[in-house]
Design a protein around this ligand. Structure first.
Ligand code: HEC
Length: 139
């Protein structure tokens, strides 16, 4: 449904206004908006489970996940974040956290798409090395 709405919005944006008479500023703002829409569509068309890790990292900072979970999800006041198996599992948790200490984020605050990107980011973080591989900890 969302996708259809976006296509309709795009069709209207492309089709409206007499050609060549709009001021340049307005035209480039429109081009910018169209590019953003196109990016969103491209991401939506990716197979599920493959959000953009790069965008996810930015969102992880923007939504303050890092303030409790550390900049790389390795913990802090919040728990260590192990990327849940699927974006859906992460989305379910974030909408209704079960531990009692994490605030819920509704879909008005952060979209499923953004959480899919955050999921991709968490998956892209390499795990920290096991304690036994760190010589200082063996003395
Ligand atoms: C105010 C601090 C705080 C913020 C902000 C926060 N969390 Fe949490 N989160 C927690 C705590 C604490 C837990 C451990 C469970 C509990 O006690 O509620 C947790 C648990 C989780 C878990 C489950 C841990 C697991 O892997 O089993 C996920 C997933 C999670 N958070 C994701 C997020 C994401 C994504 C964001 C940003 C959109 C976020 N959190 C923002 C505090 C926070």
């Amino acid at each position: 449904m969302k996708l259809i709405a976006t296509w309709i919005a795009l069709a209207i944006a492309v089709g409206d206004g007499p050609r060549g008479v709009q001021p340049n500023v307005e035209r480039s703002a429109k081009a910018f908006a169209l590019q953003a829409e196109a990016d969103a569509i491209a991401r939506r068309l990716q197979p599920s489970g493959s959000g953009s890790a790069e965008n996810g990292k930015r969102l992880y900072m923007t939504y303050y996940c890092y303030s409790c979970h550390g900049t790389e999800g390795h913990g802090g006041a919040g728990s260590r974040l192990i990327a849940r198996a699927t974006p859906d599992a992460l989305i379910r948790y974030v909408r209704k956290p079960t531990g009692g200490n994490m605030p819920p984020y509704t879909s008005k605050v952060i979209s499923d798409l953004d959480l899919t990107d955050i999921h991709a980011y968490l998956r892209s973080i390499p795990p920290s090395p096991p304690a036994k591989s760190i010589p200082m900890l063996q003395q």
